[in-house]
Structures are given as C-alpha cells and as structure tokens.
Design a protein around this ligand. Sequence first.
Ligand SMILES: *[C@@H]1O[C@H](CO)[C@@H](O)[C@H](O)[C@H]1NC(C)=O
Ligand SMILES: *[C@@H]1O[C@H](CO)[C@@H](O)[C@H](O)[C@H]1NC(C)=O
Length: 310
Amino acid sequence: MAAAMRSAVLNSTGVMGFLMLSCCAMMMMMMMMKGSDAQTTYTTFAESQYSNQFVIAWEPSNVWVVNDVLELAVTEASGTAVQSVNMYLFGYFRVGLKLVPNDSAGVLTAFYLSSGGNAHDEFDFEFLGNSSGQPYVLQTNIFAAGVGGREQRINLWFDPRADFHTYTVIWNPQSVSMYVDDVMIRVFQNHENEGQAYPNSQGVGVYSSSFEASSWVTQGGKVPIDYSQAPFVSSYSNYGIDSCVFEATSPTACSNPPAGTWWNAQEYQSVPSYRVTQLQWVKTNYMIYNYCTDTARYPTPPFECTAPLF
Ligand SMILES: *[C@@H]1O[C@H](CO)[C@@H](O)[C@H](O)[C@H]1NC(C)=O
Ligand SMILES: *[C@@H]1O[C@H](CO)[C@@H](O)[C@H](O)[C@H]1NC(C)=O
C-alpha cells in the first residue's frame, strides 16, 4: 500500500501534467483510482489525459508517453517540442528530467520559459549532449526585454542520464532563481531602479524541446550528431507549476502577487546565506563558463555581475 500510495503521489505530480498544484487534490483522486497500472502507452502526446495542459508545438510523431513519462525524441527527420497551453507571470516551475542515455552528441535538450517576441523575457535550462560516456553540460541563460547573452555553463555533480533530477525556476517581482534539485545555481535580481530591465510584465509559456544543434553543442561543434544512434530520447516527469495564469486581456492581474504566495516569500525575494553558499559551491566546483568573467566579450561586466546580492 505504501508503494502504491507513493506511486500515486508521484503520478499525481507527474508530468504529463504541467499540473497546476492547486488542482492536485483532484488529480490525486483520479490517479488513486487509476492505481499504479500506468501501463497505457500513448502514441502521441495529444492522446494523453493531460493534453489540456500541453500542446505539441512541433512534430507529434516524436512525442509519446510511456508509464506516465513524457518522452521527446530527436530523429533524423526532426526534433520536437511541447509547450504549456497557458502563459504565466511569476511563480514556480519545475520539471523532472532524465537526459538521453549513451550518445547524445549534437543534441540540445531544453526546458525553458519564454514570452516570445522581440523584447522577450526568457529563462533557459539547456542541456548540451555529448558522446557516450562524456559528460553533459548544463547551460543556463536569462533574457530580460530581449537582452540575453548571460550564458553560464556548469558540469553537474551527478550523471543526468542515469536518473530523473529536478530543474526549477522560482520567479517573483524581485528575483529569478534557478535550481538543480535543491541547489540554487544562479539568480538574477531586480535592478530596475538602477536602469536594468527586469522581467515583470510579460506572461511566459513553459516549453520542453529537443533538437539537433550539431553546429555548436558538443565541443563547440566538433562532434556532430550520429544518426545511427537515433532516436535520441529524453524523458520528463514530475512537472509542476504553481503560478498565476497570465491573460493578455488583463495583463496586470498577476503583476503583484499576493503577499501570502509562497514563491513570493522573503527567502525567494532575496538570497538567504545558505543559498549564497550554494551559489559559491557551484561557482567554485562546477562552473566552466561564466559570461560575467568573459572579458573578451564584456570588457565591462554586465551590471548584475558586480552588483551585490540582496
Ligand atoms: C546505454 O545506457 C544505458 C543506461 O545508462 C546502459 O545500461 C547501456 O549499457 C548503454 N548502452 C550502450 C550501448 O552504451
Ligand atoms: C563533452 O565531453 C568533452 C570531453 O570530456 C568535454 O570537454 C566537454 O566539455 C563536454 N561537453 C560539451 C558540451 O562539449
């Protein structure tokens, strides 16, 4: 029973969902009724019971659900992408992701939030594939009002092909923070008062995508994709979104999250000291590229690179 319960709980927050946490109780009940026989195989994502939360943005034949895990495949014919039906402004966005096993050279797998448009706000987790046995690199980037160029790259402290790990964005009017499991890996704070754009007015969609990017992904483009190893399949589970649904017809409705909203709490508006320690740990031990220290690219470091954290 304990195992069944656990499985039900996992399923209830299971991807396919992009579940609003607020509707979990209902989902949980449905899942409990469904029990643990999650054997149904959907040939396309659209056939899954969760299709009301997602649409396939690109190439339905490369997306499927097996045992409540969403799989996105890159084949010689195409990459693929799914996106949330809703747009959101501020909140908590999480995915459990297991990367392409074995050879994934030339394959880019991304989980990201984007408003789209020229002046887009965007928060990216991009996983750079590699040859079999060679490590994945995680690249992150943050765009505000169309300005990005804030790439950071880290090695991970685990093999992201072996298991599901959780990748999270927490976003409120003061801060965008990104996490790998429970470790904060970066933060972008609001310096609008100092004249820097901050993402706080555009709704974003939530996307997962995977496609060939041989020209730059692996060792700077030296190792192209090897289609004899296709399909390249990444697996998604445990999506979670706790946010405000953004409606273009009332664009300010989400702008001021109620004080009681958990992701707007003080510990997510400013960086607590234990989080500073995490950021430092990542920077010291795992960071292999940081735009802040790329003086060839930015002779004067961008504002947020030298501003003290608050
Ligand atoms: C591919 O990866 C899986 C999981 O890590 C492993 O069990 C399997 O042996 C690998 N296959 C090859 C051909 O390397
Ligand atoms: C791929 O593996 C090589 C060799 O271990 C490593 O230098 C590189 O950083 C890895 N990642 C990418 C994205 O090239």
